[in-house]
Design a protein around this ligand. Structure first.
Ligand SMILES: [Mg+2]
Length: 232
């Protein structure tokens, strides 16, 4: 690709700029404990994941969808025996996810400072209301030229965003923790993707097609400015 003076550098939010999936993992453990009278932890996790996948096209991504999927799974696994008290505790688990204070990953403000001469974007998927609230709470909104909350992040989503904002593929790079959502779709469009794995990955995001792309992978977000400097 051509060398450019500056690029459009787009960031994913959850598990790229701030912690997210670690709490979902903790919530899974608490949910398993609530359903222990009826099923093993493995069986609970398997049924919950099946319910989430079944509901994805109906409810979309995010904590509210997760609360509904946990509730449905609990009713199914307990064969309707689960009490209102336990359903209440499931709702508490979901509310705790929504109410969690934003905790930025290390290096985030420094990386955004180091890249401030580029044009920065934030592209996140999920529940519109919840994601806008988190972005506001992060204090990072002013750093970004454009902020996009989308229902899903696939090739069509990115093609639409690039066209709408008048961005050429060779000036665009997307940075995120999910190969499925942040990296592969943009590489398939001819733009650049950078994978910065988080220490926990939701099974759905971990499940992506085999590919032959040579994807830059960074141990930490702090290594991003040097990589972008090689391209500009
Ligand atoms: Mg993410």
């Amino acid at each position: 690709m051509a060398t450019l003076a500056s690029m459009i550098v787009a960031f994913d939010a959850d598990d790229t700029l701030w912690h997210n999936e670690d709490q979902f993992a903790d919530t899974h453990r608490a949910f398993e404990a609530l359903l222990a009278p009826w099923a093993s932890a493995d069986a609970v996790d398997r049924r919950l994941f099946e319910t989430e996948m079944r509901n994805l096209s109906r409810y979309g991504y995010g904590a509210k969808s997760f609360m509904l999927s946990m509730t449905e799974t609990a009713i199914e696994i307990s064969d309707g025996e689960i009490t209102g008290d336990r359903i209440g505790r499931i709702l508490d688990l979901g509310r705790a996810i929504l109410d969690r204070p934003i905790e930025l990953l290390s290096d985030v403000p420094d990386v955004l400072d180091a890249l401030a001469h580029h044009t920065l974007m934030l592209i996140t998927k999920g529940d519109l209301h919840a994601q806008h609230a988190r972005i506001a709470e992060s204090g990072l909104a002013d750093r970004f030229w454009r902020i996009e909350v989308v229902a899903d992040k696939n090739r069509a989503t990115y093609a639409n965003l690039l066209e709408r904002h008048g961005i050429a593929t060779d000036e665009f790079v997307m940075v995120g923790n999910s190969m499925r959502s942040d990296v592969l779709p943009v590489i398939e469009l001819g733009a650049r993707g950078v994978h910065v794995p988080y220490h926990v990955t939701w099974a759905h995001e971990a499940d992506h097609a085999d590919h032959d792309h040579d994807v830059p992978r960074l141990e930490r977000l702090g290594d991003l400015p040097d990589l972008i400097a090689e391209w500009t």
